[in-house]
Ligand binder design. Structure first.
Ligand code: CTP
Length: 404
């Protein structure tokens, strides 16, 4: 999560029962390498103690008791100036109202007024309070001033009522934070389509042929592209993964559906990364009803599934084709020779060659060992590393290709 590494994050915590989620958020940010300073309001202190945050972040957590100390000026101006992002999570209706009006009567609101970095709010309030015209007006005013919002979500409140006002889960707030931090990244203003996961080719209504792809590399690429500021369309075959915050996910099943989604969504995209493990073969006939055992062992005739990259390659001269196309090569032998052949035949700008015979890398694990090949004959060998790091390197090379 290099986007969060060594980032100076200010976390404001206000008086809501969702304050417990702020502890998890502080922990996640710290684990990702950020330096997290926390400010608690007096109401927040009723729900959670500064010690909780100090223990999680290894840094001081500030309260209003410091506001009148000898260093108070340095404190509120200093904290606001040093931060690269100010997250207020949970943010109560009261704090939203204060921020909208520019009130500055406690350490958190004074710091928010002095802050020069982006502000991200994760509202948390009971049913009705968020929908109230007063709160909606405050939200509108804040959005107009470029304050970012993460949520709130709909769901069950601590009061037992159902409605909109729940603070987003810490992982989701973290996703929004990455989005805000990435806004000025190298790929800002670029639109990238990424395919992920293994397609499913139906045999009958309950059975299908698929492969071992988990989608992890494709999803990591989507997150890395978002971190670099890109707009991301994630065309995904079924996976167990949660799409990164900010990506537009288009869910598909088969190679045919993926082809149609890629063609439909690739209008005006700057780049395509085909990380999906697309079926090469599919049953020639899909049984309308479930095949029955009593009818004997079926003989399943296969036919070729559409090759998406080949289809894109046939549009090479078309104006609607993206400027950069990246493919993967999953090989169990002759890695370089096969990958080079695919680079050429699929008219790619970059291919990521992947030795799938290795147990520790490739399909369904968190790490990958790949070689990047380009048409000019250059080879870049990456040692075993996390799929997240591999994704960041691929996106960096993609950024270079888009700049050319
Ligand atoms: N691919 C595709 N459509 C397919 C199969 C693959 O677009 N029907 C894409 C993959 O997403 C990947 C690249 O082509 O980016 C190479 O996929 P791979 O499975 O390694 O190669 P194949 O083209 O299937 O060739 P082979 O069977 O010879 O390995």
């Amino acid at each position: 999560m290099s986007i969060l590494k060594e980032k100076r994050i200010l976390l404001g915590v206000t008086g809501s029962i969702a304050a417990y989620k702020a502890a998890d958020l502080a922990s996640k940010l710290t684990q990702a390498g950020s330096r997290v300073d926390v400010i608690l309001t007096r109401a927040a202190e009723q729900f959670i103690s500064p010690l909780t945050f100090q223990s999680l972040t290894g840094r001081k957590a500030y309260t209003d008791s410091e506001l009148w100390g000898g260093e108070s000026h340095i404190l509120h101006v200093g904290l606001g100036h040093a931060a690269e992002l100010f997250i207020i999570a949970p943010c109560t209706a009261n704090t939203m109202a204060k921020l909208a009006q520019g009130q500055a009567n406690d350490l958190l609101s004074i710091t928010a007024l002095a802050a020069q970095c982006p502000i991200l709010l994760a509202p948390a309030m009971d049913v009705g309070m968020y929908e109230h015209p007063a709160t909606q007006e405050n939200a509108r005013v804040l959005q107009e001033r470029d304050v970012h919002f993460a949520g709130p979500a709909e769901g069950r409140m601590a009061s037992g009522l159902l409605g909109r006002g729940r603070m987003l889960e810490p992982a989701e707030v973290l996703g929004h934070a990455r989005r805000v931090l990435g806004k000025k990244g190298k790929l800002a203003g670029k639109k990238i389509l990424i395919s992920a996961g293994g397609t499913r080719e139906a045999i009958d209504p309950v059975r299908f042929i698929t492969n071992r792809s988990s989608g992890k590399q494709g999803y990591a690429l989507a997150q890395a592209a978002l971190d670099a500021g890109a707009e991301v369309i994630l065309v995904s075959a079924p996976t167990a993964l949660i799409p990164p915050v900010g990506a537009k996910r288009v869910s598909v099943q088969s190679a045919e559906e993926m082809l149609n989604a890629v063609l439909r969504e690739s209008d005006e995209v700057d780049a395509i990364i085909m990380a999906a493990a697309v079926a090469d073969f599919r049953p020639a006939q899909v049984a309308e009803r479930k095949l029955k055992k009593r009818d004997g062992i079926p003989q399943i005739q296969l036919e070729a599934a559409p090759d998406i990259l080949k289809r894109l390659a046939s549009q090479k001269s078309s104006a609607s084709r993206p400027r950069v196309v990246v493919g993967f090569a999953a090989e169990s032998r002759d890695l370089l020779a096969n990958a080079s052949e695919k680079l050429k035949s699929k008219k790619l700008d970059l291919i990521v060659a992947n030795d799938i015979s290795a147990k520790d890398a490739g399909f369904d694990v968190d790490e990958n060992r790949v070689i990047l090949l380009t048409p000019d004959g250059k080879k870049e060998k990456l040692s075993l590393r996390s799929k997240i790091e591999v994704a960041e390197i691929i996106l960096a090379r993609l950024g270079d290709l888009l700049e050319k």
